[in-house]
Design a protein around this ligand. Structure first.
Ligand code: GUN
Length: 288
């Protein structure tokens, strides 16, 4: 039986540390870190995510505002608002919740956010810095995965890591982070041949495909560490990951559950990134 990596417990420890640091810095700087979240439209999932981000930010002592726009807002008006936030000295972090309506170019939006306020870590400057080993703001889910491995004392160096999924938000950045920690990394995707055989070699498996129970138990190597990034509904409407948890649990040494695994870490890392951006902004170097 494997050890369950409890994202809620790890998150709450890290959140306590962040809240303590925010309290100290607030006294020293004279203002709290500021996070501005832009939400366009009425997408129900986005509304829940944004509400959770705002709630967590407030709990940890940040100044948090949510700017809501109808889905009829023009691209220009949205870009102008982002520029205003770029120039607002009380704002340290800016996040535009995705997805955006079709008439708005997501890439243009990402490019408009000042890289030093890009707490999602999606701007090409932040992505490029990560790639060359000089990271500044790192995408939240990949960063959360590394923090979980570190928290559990799981060694990365020399391990064979297999990632299923090549998205810009999870697959590619987590591959780079694992590579920088000296893992041997394989990125798999929809055109990969013999996927189960490749996964069977993984000491560390990161599943980020977005398909319910896609990874079967007999794909898991005995003693592997399994990180499940998926959040899907099964045929009964139950929340499940990309990995068949019941089966995989019999083989893995460590495994993240869904829900309660990677999910809580993503918001925690958003708070961590906002704190780093604040420290840089006020001249107290953020570590990363
Ligand atoms: N929509 C779903 N996940 C995310 C995320 O991590 N950041 C942003 N900006 N939007 C999202």
């Amino acid at each position: 039986m494997s050890k369950i990596i409890d994202g809620k417990v790890i998150s709450s420890r890290l959140r306590e540390e962040i809240a303590r640091e925010v309290e100290q810095l607030k006294k020293a700087v004279g203002r709290p870190p500021g996070l501005s979240v832009i939400l366009v439209g009425e997408d129900p999932a986005s509304q829940i995510y944004v509400r959770n981000k705002e709630k967590t930010a407030k709990e940890l002592g940040f100044k948090s505002e949510v700017i809501r726009f109808p889905d009829t807002i023009s691209e220009n008006d949205l870009l102008r608002k982002i520029e205003e936030l770029n120039n607002d000295q009380s704002v340290d972090g800016i996040l535009v919740q995705l997805p955006l309506p079709e008439h708005i170019d997501e890439f243009k939006v990402t490019l408009t956010i000042a890289p030093e306020k890009d707490v999602d870590g999606f701007h090409p400057v932040n992505m490029g810095r990560l790639l060359i080993g000089k990271p500044y703001l790192v995408p939240c889910t990949p960063l959360g995965i590394i923090k979980m491995l570190d928290y559990e004392g799981i060694e990365i160096e020399g391990k064979k890591a297999v990632i299923i999924g090549r998205s810009n938000i999870v697959g590619k950045p987590v591959a780079i982070l694992l590579l920088q920690r000296n893992a041997t990394v394989t990125i798999c995707h929809s055109r990969t041949r013999n996927l189960p055989d490749i996964v069977r070699e993984a000491d560390i498996l990161v599943a980020a495909v977005g398909k319910a129970k896609f990874v079967k138990g007999d794909w898991i190597k005995e003693g592997a560490v399994v990180i499940d990034v998926g959040i899907n509904r099964d045929e009964n409407g139950k929340l499940v990951g990309d990995v068949d948890f019941e089966e995989a649990q019999k083989k893995a040494s460590h495994i993240t559950p869904v829900p309660g695994g990677v999910g809580p870490m993503t918001i925690t890392m958003l708070m961590y990134n906002t704190l780093q951006a604040f420290k840089k902004h006020v001249g107290m170097e953020g570590e990363q």
